[in-house]
Design a protein around this ligand. Sequence first.
Ligand code: IMP
Length: 201
Amino acid sequence: MKLLIASNNANKIREIKAILGGCFDEILSLREAGYDIDPEENGVTFEENAVIKAQAVADLTGLPALADDSGLEVDCLHGAPGVYSARYCGYHGDDAANNAKLIEEVSKFPDPRGAQYACALALIFPGKVPIITKGVCRGTIQLEPKGHNGFGYDPYFIPDGFDKTFAELPAEVKNGMSHRAKALELLKQQLSGLSRKENAQ
Ligand code: IMP
């Protein structure tokens, strides 16, 4: 069975293929499958946005589709930037401007500034209800950026149990404990439960 990933982000696609590779015969990004679609992410939760994207791809292609939505939730900011993480500064996709806004807001509060990365995944088999999983990775926000790996808010995020930011840690370490890896592992467990059920019937 083929799976389409509702994304063209190379890092996400690599991570998804590494974890779910054994569950599907073929896993393709939208571009690899020859499709181009960019549905509006107008949900107010990560889960809603993941379902919007996966549903649009499943409807367009008639194939099983997987989508994710992720972001940073800061405790003292009541969960902001949340689903607006990619456009916290007011427009889309400027990591430096998003980080500047984050630091301006959190610096009004004392240490430790608890936060979490969250990722929701939605897998839709055409005609079926979505399978949704969520992973979170807890940590704290520091005011000085450190490290050059990763992307987005990583230079400011120290995962619990470490004394380095995500941007200082090697990619393999981040990818082993990330919000996305946890959501993918949960999805893999659900898929193996489903196939066990089908085999038993
Ligand atoms: P999306 O899920 O690709 O739409 O990502 C939403 C936004 O959340 C990104 O643009 C980043 O600002 C932030 N984000 C999500 N995951 C991460 C991560 O692992 N590191 C840093 N920022 C992240």
